[in-house]
Write a protein that binds this ligand. Structure first.
Ligand code: ADP
Ligand code: ASP
Ligand code: MG
Length: 423
């Protein structure tokens, strides 16, 4: 009997009626002759609400307790979905991440899955039950503590379980019809794509397209597992994230896969740094020792008269204040003049594997921004991506302008966003 792994995101489980609707879909999949293992997220914006609650009782909650709190969201969903299935006369068993055998490293808040031992899942499926697993969580191999996988982590739970169970298909159900050429909440004319190479999806996810968590795409790529992203609100065919088999498989692919945007970063500028060897090393060593991941870096040409330069870099907003503190602490040692912190920025990324062999992509991108009066603050590129930082309040316009400039606008109607708050 085929084995299907399905994941339902928070926007598909927002309230009791949504849970009943999802339960009906799960039971239908089972009735169609499949074994079904379902991964669920927390209902609606529950995770954000739990984070707000934690913040209200403590500005810096212990990581262990924060993970204990957050995993409760997915546990509520798993039990409620199981109950709704039982009410339809089918039998379901729910399991926490730990019970499902999701083994992680011991980093609270962004644990990595290192193994999946799904003995209890296989047993329950074999006994004829539908299995419901709480996403976004696991148990640390060393500390035996409960961990969470980072925001959007239920996607990774689903792919990891699909790989471990050798599933026939892994379906990610969400509140849009699949993967679009841009976020349909910002670009109503975004076009749904039928398929996207996992290399491109990986770059889109890394650039802020939260429709799939980055780690989930990396995992699927490693295990050569196709993913079907689709809506839980319609029965339309969604988007397949696939692994191209040889170059021929890629010839049909468009030059540009899509435009992603990201509002989660901030920018620090170190003003008046001596233009001498070792300065950048000291700055970024301090940042790294603070456990902070950086993204883009720009160093200006030094002014001839002073021999001083400015170094700017972006980092997650959530690490912003810490980044400033870390650098303040070495101000005297480094001898820079001052620090500037800006969290009103946004990043736009144009992604496509066709960039490798098509010159002029960056020129078209910069022209589109210029034509719309949008100033570029930073630029970075990879083989298949060009990213620019703009002012936060110009980002949406920038995304729409670039989307149009590359001919990505759909000619047949607006994209549907079925639910969710976009939070
Ligand atoms: P879920 O609750 O199902 O996990 P998410 O909110 O995490 O849903 O992801 C779905 C959302 O991702 C969509 O509602 C959409 O706003 C956003 N998104 C961003 N970029 C894209 C894209 N390129 N294609 C589709 N959706 C995108
Ligand atoms: N509930 C978690 C979050 O909001 C995990 C997920 O939805 O995938 O990030
Ligand atoms: Mg998600």
């Amino acid at each position: 009997m085929p084995l299907v792994v399905q994941k339902y995101g928070g926007s598909s489980l927002a309230d009791a009626d949504s849970i009943k609707r999802v339960a009906r879909r799960i039971v239908d999949t089972r009735k169609a002759g499949n074994q079904v293992c379902v991964v669920v997220s927390a209902m609606g914006d529950t995770t954000d609400e739990l984070l707000d609650l934690a913040d209200a009782v403590s500005p810096a909650p212990p990581e262990r307790e924060l993970d204990m709190l957050l995993t409760a969201g997915e546990r509520m969903s798993m039990a409620l979905v199981s109950m709704a299935i039982a009410n339809l006369g089918d039998s379901a068993r729910s399991f926490t991440g730990s019970q499902a055998g999701v083994i992680t490293d011991d980093v609270h808040g962004k644990a990595r899955i290192i193994d999946v031992t799904p003995g209890r899942i296989t047993e329950a499926l074999g006994a004829g039950h539908i299995v419901i697993v709480a996403g976004f969580q696991g148990v640390s191999q060393n500390t035996k503590e409960i961990t969470t996988l980072g925001r959007g982590g239920s996607d990774t739970t689903a792919v990891a379980l699909a790989a471990a169970l050798n599933a026939d298909v892994c379906e990610i159900y969400t509140d849009v019809d699949g993967i679009f050429t841009a976020d349909p909440r910002i670009v109503p004319t975004a076009r749904k794509v039928d398929r996207i190479a996992n290399e491109e999806m990986q770059e889109m996810a890394a650039s802020g397209a939260k429709v799939l968590m980055l780690r989930c795409v990396e995992y699927a790529r490693r295990f050569n597992l196709p993913i079907h992203v689709r809506s839980s609100f319609s029965h339309r065919e969604g988007t397949w994230v696939y692994q191209p088999q040889g170059e021929d498989d890629d010839v049909e692919a468009p030059i540009i896969a899509g435009v992603a945007h990201d509002r989660s970063e901030a920018k620090i500028t170190v003003v008046g740094v001596d233009d001498s060897p070792g300065q950048a090393a000291s700055i970024f060593k301090a940042i790294a020792e603070g456990g902070i991941n950086i993204d883009m870096i720009v160093q200006n040409v030094s002014a001839v008269s002073t021999g001083k330069t400015d170094v700017s870099f972006t980092l997650p907003k959530t690490d912003g204040q810490r980044g400033v503190q870390v650098l303040q602490a070495i101000k005297d040692q480094l001898g820079f003049e001052s620090l500037q912190y800006d969290d009103q920025i946004g990043k736009l990324s144009l992604v496509g594997s066709g960039m490798r062999s098509n010159p002029g992509v960056s020129a078209t991108l910069f022209q589109a921004l210029a034509d719309n009066g949008i100033n570029i603050e930073m630029i970075s590129t990879s083989e298949i991506r060009v990213s620019v930082v703009t002012k936060d309040d110009q980002l949406d316009d920038a995304v729409r302008a670039v989307h149009t400039a590359f001919g990505l606008d759909s000619s047949d109607g607006e994209a549907v966003v079925y639910g969710g708050t976009g939070r």
